[in-house]
Structure formats: C-alpha cells, structure tokens
Design a protein around this ligand. Structure first.
Ligand code: MD6
Ligand code: FE
Length: 216
C-alpha cells in the first residue's frame, strides 16, 4: 500500500492515526462552533488578516492573523514570534477562552494532557490559496504538540516525513476536524493543496484554520 492510499478506506468519522504522535479528531470542534465564529470576528477586528511576505520575497496566498501572547510573523528578515502586532503596533488579541478549551480538550484526547498554548495562528484560505510543504520549527520547545482546527471549506492536507523529499500522503480535512501533532511527529513536513471545491454552508467560499502552539 502506498502512503497516498493509507486513508482512502477509513471511515469519515473515525480518529485517523497519522503517526505515533499525531491524530485527526474528526468533528471535535463542532460543539464549539457557536463560540468560535464570533471570537474569530473579534480577533479580526483587532488584528486584521494580512498576507505576509516570506523571507524569499513571496507574498503568501494564505491571509494570517494571531491571538494569544505571541503571534507568528514573517517578512524579508525571516520567520519569528512577536508580542506586538507590527501592523497595529498593539499586543495581539487575547486568546478567547473557547479557543483554549477547544485546544486543551483536543490535546488531552490525543494524549497530551498538559498543553498550555501561548500562540494561536489564524489562517484564512480563499479558493486557490495554498500552503507549500513546511516544518513548524519557530517554536522554542518541540516537546509541546500543535493543535490545528479546520473550519469552512474542505481542504487536502499533505503530510510528509522528516525530510522535505519524503513522499507526502494526502488526507481531506473537513469543517470541525482537529489535527493534533506532536512527539516524534512534531517536525514532519506538511502543507495544504490549493483550496477548491464547493462553498461551505456556514462560512461560504473560505477555509479558516487555527493552529495552537507553545511558542515561547
Ligand atoms: C492548515 N496547517 O491546516 C495549515 N501545522 O491550514 C498547518 O500548517 C499545520 O495543520 C502543524 C500542524 C498541523 C497543521
Ligand atoms: Fe504548519
């Protein structure tokens, strides 16, 4: 069986094991949805979504903002975490309590009971937006997992190995799915294929993803 076939035969609503430290919790975010959507609007009102520039000079097709003590930032000088939003010159908005509860319940289910995120990246994809294969390695401590929540349009998640050249398998992520990613899988390459397909009933033509990290 090739990596690409790994998930094709699994039931849509079963937890999907991606590796010894990584799992997809199908629909885990759905009970939180009525709290999440107004919280996203409040974050966006403080620190709007913006298309950051990579160190290589490319403008990202994914629009990004942050909440929590630390926010992820990219420009010509590199990738890093900041306490101040460089656009508003104020702190990033606080992490909403519903976000924290969602992150901690998901992490516990996945076997990481003491997760205390201090950063949450909020990504907005429009049709055609993509995220090329990357590792999440700007955080200080790789012993904490990453918790990643998908809302809105479905997307194809790519996940590879510890080397960029390792063949990446594919998995569809749907509204409400949560991926928890840590331990021996923490530094695996991953990405999102260009967003396409039907609009989502509640969120329309977009996909919102948030990823919680312990960055500092
Ligand atoms: C996304 N996610 O799903 C982008 N990173 O839009 C990520 O880059 C990511 O889903 C680390 C762990 C899980 C993820
Ligand atoms: Fe990532």
């Amino acid at each position: 069986m090739t990596p690409a076939d790994l998930f094709s035969h699994q039931e849509q609503d079963q937890p999907v094991t991606l590796g010894p430290g990584a799992v997809v919790l199908r629909a885990h975010a759905l009970p939180f949805i009525d709290e999440l959507l107004p919280a996203i609007s409040a974050i966006e009102a403080c620190s709007p979504f913006r298309n950051m520039v990579t160190p290589g000079g490319y403008t990202m097709s994914v629009a990004l903002t942050n909440c929590g003590e630390l926010g992820w930032w990219s420009d010509r000088r590199g990738y890093r975490y900041t306490r101040i939003d460089p656009i508003t010159e104020k702190s990033w908005p606080d992490m909403p309590p519903s976000f924290l509860r969602l992150a901690q319940t998901a992490a516990s289910k996945a076997g990481y009971p003491d997760f205390m995120p201090d950063a949450c990246l909020v990504n907005r994809y429009l049709p055609g937006s993509r995220l090329s294969l990357h590792q999440d390695r700007n955080e200080r401590d790789f012993s904490a997992p990453i918790v990643s929540v998908s809302l809105g349009m479905s997307a194809t998640f790519l996940f590879g190995g510890l080397e960029r050249s390792d063949r990446a398998a594919r998995l569809e992520l749907h509204h409400g799915d949560v991926v928890v990613w840590g331990g021996p899988d923490r530094l695996r390459y991953h990405g999102i294929m260009p967003l396409k397909g039907p609009a989502h009933g509640l969120l329309g033509e977009q996909r919102i993803n948030f990823t919680f990290r312990k960055a500092g």
